[in-house]
Design a protein. Structure first.
Length: 94
């Protein structure tokens, strides 16, 4: 994430555009905040999902079936169009 921000800023500087959104220290601080702040909530979410799916094996089966149907490779998990098709998983996570 940080590397992408630096890359975009460098590209804009090369084009002569003025960049005053974030300096390097601010970008690193934001990254640290997102990294630390996001891990607790994400880990709790995943823990609760796994817990409740273990209590409801029929729901776990639907999740597995949906993944098997729409996800053919690891790259599909990076494709937004594929992820939009995972409607049951979307319901489970929300």
């Amino acid at each position: 994430m940080v590397q992408t921000i630096f890359k975009v800023q460098d590209e804009r500087r090369k084009k002569g555009e003025k960049i005053d959104i974030y300096n390097e220290d601010e970008i690193v601080e934001e990254y640290c905040l997102f990294s630390v702040g996001g891990t607790d909530t994400s880990s709790r979410l995943v823990t609760m999902i796994v817990y409740y799916l273990s209590l409801h094996p029929e729901c776990m089966q639907k999740v597995r079936k949906e993944i098997a149907h729409h996800v053919q490779s690891d790259k599909d998990l990076q494709n937004y169009d594929v992820l939009k098709k995972l409607t049951y998983i979307d319901c489970v996570t929300n």
